[in-house]
Design a protein around this ligand. Structure first.
Ligand code: ZN
Length: 93
């Protein structure tokens, strides 16, 4: 089932850990955002905590580390959605 996962954008400051790991299942990791309303793997609520990639490499499973590396290469989500400028093309003849 392809369900659309929604996320909370996490408010973070420069220098803070960017990777949010589910401490309940240790199977999900996201960059600067956490899934809502709960973890897609274990459905735990408020089970996420922030870590650096280095920390995850230290104790994470191979799969978690892979996910963390993939998440790290994702762009950081913007907290407030910016409306894209409308490309209005008027077709006239
Ligand atoms: Zn989980």
């Amino acid at each position: 089932m392809a369900q659309v996962q929604t996320f909370w954008a996490v408010d973070y400051q420069a220098g803070d850990p960017e990777l949010w790991v589910c401490l309940s299942c240790l199977n999900e990791v996201f960059r600067c955002k956490v899934p809502m309303p709960d973890c897609p793997s274990c459905h735990g609520v408020s089970t996420y905590d922030a870590f650096t990639l280095e920390a995850i490499r230290d104790w994470g499973t191979e799969e978690l580390i892979r996910k963390a590396e993939a998440a790290q290469s994702e762009p950081v989500p913007t907290p407030s959605p910016v409306s894209a400028p409308e490309a209005s093309s008027v077709a006239s003849d």
